[in-house]
Ligand binder design. Sequence first.
Ligand code: BEZ
Ligand code: FE
Length: 235
Amino acid sequence: MHAFACEVELTEEEWRRGIVALTETGRITDDRRQEFILWSDVLGLSMLVEGLAHPKPDGATESTVLGPFWAEGSLERAYGEAIFDSAVGEPAWIHGTDGTPIADASLDVWQNDANELYGVQDAEAPEAHLRGRFRTREDGSYAFVGVRPVPYRIPHDGPVGAMLAATSRHPWRPAHLHMIVSAPGYQTLTTHVFDAESPHLDSDAVFAVKPSLLREFVRDGVRWSVQNDIVLARA
Ligand code: BEZ
Ligand code: FE
């Protein structure tokens, strides 16, 4: 038997399996894949730290996990521009204001396509696929054309996936898109827009759903439309 300071006792076999999982975690981690952070996500630790680190005043938009698919250096795009050249998913007009309103706030957005994949995961996709940086207009408004996001599975071919399977958990995340919103004098907000009709909202593999972040996608002619207003907390 081995004992931790917190007095959890492990059998030799449990100890051995833990070491194997950690070794596999190191083996599968590289520049593109971070299995250690994925452990933190699926154990709920990322959301716990996120909640402690970013308490939000009443009325401010809530934050949630960053996830592994953000990439630096997205293209600066104009109001209303599409974040893809060609995509599999159904087009969606994603728009809103930042409540104060704040002119020239920065929005860094990224999302997956209907094949489940983010641009950074998809070897076939152009570098700028389904991501971009926008600025709010004088009245605080922003808009762009994305696609209606679909639920997807987090990377589950490694030790994290083995743990999920062994504990009868699934690897799905509900459909969402990501935003980082920043403006001078305000706290930078890392958040999601969740599709209010998505499956898995009540069993997100990384526990990152907050009811205040659910939004309805509505039909607007040939495309979808979703309104997502944002309120930033003062720094
Ligand atoms: C994501 O939403 O992109 C994500 C977050 C945590 C783990 C895996 C994926
Ligand atoms: Fe995501």
